[in-house]
Design a protein around this ligand. Structure first.
Ligand SMILES: *Cc1c(COP(=O)(O)O)cnc(C)c1O
Length: 407
């Protein structure tokens, strides 16, 4: 959400006013810095190794067998829709009709955009948890909605650095309640939450559900990190709470769970009327996408529990490695309960401005990170926080930690 001065022609800006504030993302700037300085890129959240060999082979097989090489069906190939429904049932006991209640999209990104474009009328208010994933603000803007941020705030004080294991970014439920107005159309949630690593608790989700039912709100929930919850009870889909199955649009994606972020296979599960609405918008965005990859993801979703457990164990070890390394380097660390990001506080290092800190970090220490401030409307609230990704090879994380010791 960093903006750069937009190009114009004949005195008129080329980029329309809805998108003007979203010039270029911070990821482009920081990734360019990583390349220019040879720094280790812990900025953007993509794995530096590919997912399971058998899933990659499944994609190759689909390509060779001519499955998905032409336009797949608009809602997604039947095999994948059945696999998504089976996954929701096996993991969460949620049943969805694969023909009426499942929609395959071009990643979670398209699912988010299509949901907002379909469900939001210009002038409607959309409540989202701040800091937010950068596509939320842009998609709300494209839909003509007004975003109403509710800020997650760290409990405890940053102190003098170290791995304050208990500190998390928390949702103030009173603040959420106060944000609801007669113009509120929907809540846009994200748990596990990027960038803070917060996983909303059962009690918090129950309260959100009560609020949604009381005000008859729709909820769009981004659960792309559903398989990256490090502690019991694991992921709790909002749709499992009382009154939520019929008002929730649940979004997930294969990118994070199977480490194939380039395939862009995402999906929506929701009641038939909500799926039909989202599909109406989706059909004019991409129509369809990722043909052969859809067959491969269908196989991936049916992998035995051992895959998901091993993936989680590997990521937990990487979280611990990076979190303790950052603590040793003097950061205050908000140990994430989910996702593959660690949010740190730079104040114990004598710094206040995360954007300036991240711009200087590649030169100073040979590491790239992302300033959380770019994910906030209230930039001051996010100023001292900096995000590092740990979805990287262990040797890369070890080298990054060694470099950061110089701070
Ligand atoms: C990565 C990410 C997405 C995008 O997922 P794609 O399937 O790659 O489009 C959406 N939401 C959050 C919170 C993410 O971190």
């Amino acid at each position: 959400m960093t903006s750069t001065p937009g190009a114009s022609r004949d005195g008129r800006p080329l980029l329309n006013s809805r998108l003007a504030e979203f010039g270029t993302t911070i990821f482009a700037e920081m990734s360019a810095l990583a390349v220019a300085t040879g720094a280790i890129n812990l900025g953007q959240g993509f794995p530096d190794t590919d997912g399971p060999e058998e899933v990659r082979e499944a994609a190759v097989r689909a390509l060779r067998d001519g499955r998905g090489n032409q336009y797949p069906p608009g809602p997604g190939v039947p095999e994948l829709r059945a696999a998504i429904a089976a996954h929701q049932e096996r993991r969460y006991g949620l049943t969805f009709d694969p023909d009426l209640e499942v929609l395959v999209t071009a990643g979670a990104t398209e699912a988010i955009a299509a949901s907002l474009l379909a469900l939001v009328e210009p002038g409607d208010e959309v409540i989202a948890l701040e800091p937010y994933y950068d596509s939320y603000a842009a998609s709300i803007a494209l839909a003509g909605g007004t975003r109403v941020p509710v800020t997650l705030r760290p409990d405890g004080d940053p102190g003098t650095g170290g791995a304050a294991a208990g500190r998390r970014f928390t949702l103030d439920l009173d603040e959420l309640r106060d944000a609801v107005t007669p113009r509120t159309r929907l809540l846009l949630l994200n748990t596990p939450h990027n960038p803070t690593g917060t996983v909303l608790s059962r009690a918090e989700l129950a309260e959100i559900a009560r609020l949604a039912v009381e005000h008859d709100l729709l909820v769009v929930t981004d659960e792309v990190y559903e398989h990256l919850v490090f502690d019991a009870p694991g992921h709790l889909p909002l749709a499992t709470f009382p009154g939520m199955r019929e008002r929730t649009v649940t979004i997930s994606s294969a990118g994070k769970t199977f480490s194939f972020t380039g395939w862009k296979v995402g999906w929506v599960t929701a009641p038939p009327d909500l799926i039909a609405a989202v599909r109406s918008a989706k059909q004019f965005l991409t129509y369809v996408s990722s043909g052969p990859f859809q067959y491969a993801v269908a196989e991936a979703l049916a992998l035995p529990d051992a895959y998901f457990t091993a993936f989680l164990d590997d990521m937990r070890a990487k979280r611990d490695l990076l979190a303790s390394g950052l603590a040793a380097a003097g950061f205050a660390v908000h140990r994430p309960a989910g996702t593959y990001f660690v949010t740190t506080d730079i104040r114990p290092l004598g710094q206040e401005d995360g954007i300036a800190f991240c711009r200087a970090l590649p030169e100073r220490a040979g590491v790239v990170a992302i300033p959380n401030a770019v994910f906030y409307d209230h930039r001051d609230a996010g100023a001292p926080f900096v995000r590092f990704a740990f979805c990287k090879r262990t040797s890369v994380l070890e080298e990054a930690v060694a470099r950061l010791k110089s701070l």
